[in-house]
Design a binder for this molecule. Structure first.
Ligand code: FDP
Length: 299
């Protein structure tokens, strides 16, 4: 059995970065323990005007407090915070981007949700996705699973009965597969996206969409295919966020041989203009993501 720490010790990551990765990964234990007492909505909205689940707030407060106390982190951009949270006295030189609990609408129905994290070296959380040092997510499904890249391939770990992350799969390569799923409703889709979905259907694509980006992506990482949250009528920037969601997941996708696009360009090359920068997202196997761009002009 290779533990997460043993795996990290084989990477060129510096010790404080390895400590930070482990610290974050093992917060999956208290976050998972908090599910049972945080099943309702909190009665508040986040900066995007979306209703916050109690667990969104719990996980956000918990991670900010643990990361602040660690002294390793200069700033955190969290989906649940309107502004960047800064720790000017921290000695460590890392910046975190995070969606503390992605897929909130599924908490009450006990389907898989997760925590998405990106780590940049330096003080600035608003960097291009391709400059991430680390991207990782913890998925709370039947198992608690950690998927991680430190910029040299993708590996997945499972939390075992002793509370240790043990290696499940390494050097994961995303195959070209047939799974597709899209957010938004059909009558709100724009013609280019409609063309692309028709193209997927004509190629015998298999529809899979749970309402949890991180869980849907995890399936695509294994079987291949594409997750989409497009621009829609009235919401031309889509729903998902570049900083907290697209970049960490896109970085993992690219490290596994896949790609991420907004329908016109590689999202990892885009400099965020603000923490809540939204973007249409197409992420998954390389060829199918490439085909999106031509479908936007008519398949
Ligand atoms: P949620 O708002 O429940 O946290 O990015 C947020 C997200 O979920 C994704 O995880 C998910 O894929 C998408 O939004 C679901 O949105 P729709 O309900 O519009 O399909």
């Amino acid at each position: 059995m290779k533990t997460l720490r043993q795996y990290l010790d084989e990477t060129p990551c510096e010790k404080p970065l390895k400590d930070l990765i482990e610290l974050i990964a093992y917060q999956s234990i208290p976050i998972r323990d908090a599910f049972i007492d945080n099943q309702t909505y909190a009665g508040t909205e986040n900066t995007y005007g979306e209703e916050q689940a109690a667990l969104d707030k719990w996980a956000d407060n918990h991670l900010i407090s643990v990361l602040g106390e660690s002294g390793l982190v200069q700033e955190i951009a969290s989906e649940e915070q309107a502004d960047i949270v800064r720790f000017p006295d921290a000695l460590g030189k890392y910046a975190i981007v995070m969606d503390p609990l992605d897929g909130s609408s599924l908490i009450q129905v006990n389907l898989a949700v997760g925590t998405i994290i990106g780590i940049f070296r330096g003080k600035n959380a608003l960097q291009k996705g391709e400059d991430l040092a680390v991207a990782m997510y913890m998925l709370y499904g039947p198992m608690t699973v950690l998927t991680i890249t430190t910029g040299d391939g993708v590996s997945t770990f499972a939390l075992n009965s002793k509370g240790i992350f043990a290696l499940l799969k390494e050097n994961i390569q995303m195959p070209e597969g047939k799974i597709f799923g899209s957010g938004g409703t059909r009558n709100e889709w724009l013609p280019g996206h409609q063309n692309f979905i028709t193209h997927c259907e004509q190629k015998d694509g298999k529809l899979r969409y749970s309402g949890s980006f991180v869980a849907d992506f995890h399936q695509i990482l294994t079987y291949g295919g594409i997750y989409c949250y497009p621009a829609t009528q009235g919401k031309t920037d889509g729903k998902l966020r570049l900083v907290f969601e697209a970049n960490p997941i896109g970085f993992i996708a690219k490290q596994a041989g896949g790609a991420i696009s907004d329908g016109t360009r590689d999202l990892l090359t885009v400099v965020p203009n603000k923490p809540d920068h939204r973007t249409p997202i197409y992420v998954g196997s390389k060829k199918i993501v490439e085909s999106v761009e031509s479908c936007m002009r008519g398949c």
